[in-house]
Design a protein around this ligand. Sequence first.
Ligand code: FES
Length: 107
Amino acid sequence: MANITYIEASGQSTTINLPDGWSLMQGATTNGIDGILGECGGSCACATCHCYVDESRLGDIAPASENELAMLENVAAERRPNSRLACQIKASPKLEGLIISLPAVQE
Ligand code: FES
């Protein structure tokens, strides 16, 4: 389990306790967080689960795969060095307290 805090572009902050193995995208879409769409269901094929990871925690997350890096080319909002796809980040105790910010647009 890990408590993950989602900060939407509006400033709305929501913290969710995610079971191990759940993706950060699943956590958002099943809890009504509007800033993540997740249109492809988590198969790294839509880039509508773009998020900005707290830079100080990037080292706690497995690096992006080649496929994720390619999909990050297609995000609607500004791509930043801490841009990731939330469907590719899986909850684990290592992520406890992680904060991610969501862009204003996903498509
Ligand atoms: S949900 Fe489609 S790329 Fe993440």
